[in-house]
Design a binder for this molecule. Sequence first.
Ligand code: HGY
Ligand code: MN
Ligand code: MN
Ligand code: MN
Length: 398
Amino acid sequence: MSFEEMWAALEPVGRRPDGGYDRFAWTGPELECRAWFLDEARARDLEVERDANGNLFAWWLPESGERGDAVLTGSHLDSVPGGGAFDGPLGVVSAFAAVDALRAEGFAPGRPVGIAAFAEEEGARFGVACLGSRLLAGAIDPARARSLTDGDGRAFADVVAAHDLDPDRIGPDEDLLGRIGCYVELHVEQGRALEVPVGVASAIIPHGRWRLDFAGEGNHAGTTLLRDRRDPMLPFAHAVLAAREAARRHDSVATVGKVHIVPGGVNAIPSLVTAWLDSRGPDDAAVRATVRDVHEAALRAGADHRVAVTLAEESYTEIVDFTTALRDRIVTVLGGAPVLPTGAGHDAGILSARVPTAMLFVRNPTGVSHAPAESAERDDCLAGVRALAAVLKDLARG
Ligand code: HGY
Ligand code: MN
Ligand code: MN
Ligand code: MN
């Protein structure tokens, strides 16, 4: 099956009328994407593996049957709410297409070649980004992961159990990690820096997510005098504006989103507002100073309105400098390529703490991501497949 045919099969899954995607971990559309992955793997006689965390792997084993020192590629199949078509799936479809291209030219790998689809990379259902790769790499406490809940209050432990995974076995898999020699992830560019079809990642900037809770007093919107109100929306609003000010001050980027207003009626003052702060920047100091300023502004406004404000760090990723030797080798294989950092988090960023890791980017003409306008031209996608195939061939030689 060609790249175009695979893309055509996957593209409609979970697409909303506005062109965005809702592929949340272990929900209908994402389960359909998982089934697609397994079908594509079996159609190629690749050996399928699902780890205890729900990450999927398809292995192209060498004649020798050797399973160690594998060259792993792939990405994720889940999306943010209303996300684009390419963020994640482009890396997985390109991986299958690259294996097809290598087989078509008669290449026989001396090392295993693996294709991964990591679970809950966006953290759209359980709140922690790269949850599947964090569990695999030992970058999150399994007990904490088990207790994570989705918007309906369903615990991660219960959801994975409903899909034949043992919640007590989630966590680092040293055997699997020990079999991975390196990981190369192809991903659509999330920005508009690339002026040629394919680039190579230098780094992922530091980034994290914090949860803000604003606890006031629910009351009637019509009969409660201003002086009697403890409206959590006010300190929340201060936090939103403070995020932009702090980002400007510290040369970072900060976003307040995923807002949950309880109870949410138009004629009731809410009792609780929960929001998530996403802060990213050139270094840890900038990221944390941004969060500090937002928190202080929210606390000040909270005091003015007798609203309790709490801040909790949900996930944090230090700067990821991709493995220079691997990166330089890839640039050489490609005959030269632009090398650029990214402000987006990736499973590659998590795995880089455990195995040599690199990323390829495919040009995105709109530069938009995490939204329906996310795009990549067909010719650039095929250039990405050719680049990935060349890199896998170079790395997987015996
Ligand atoms: O949030 C991110 O940066 C990534 O797209 N998961
Ligand atoms: Mn994303
Ligand atoms: Mn992604
Ligand atoms: Mn009433």
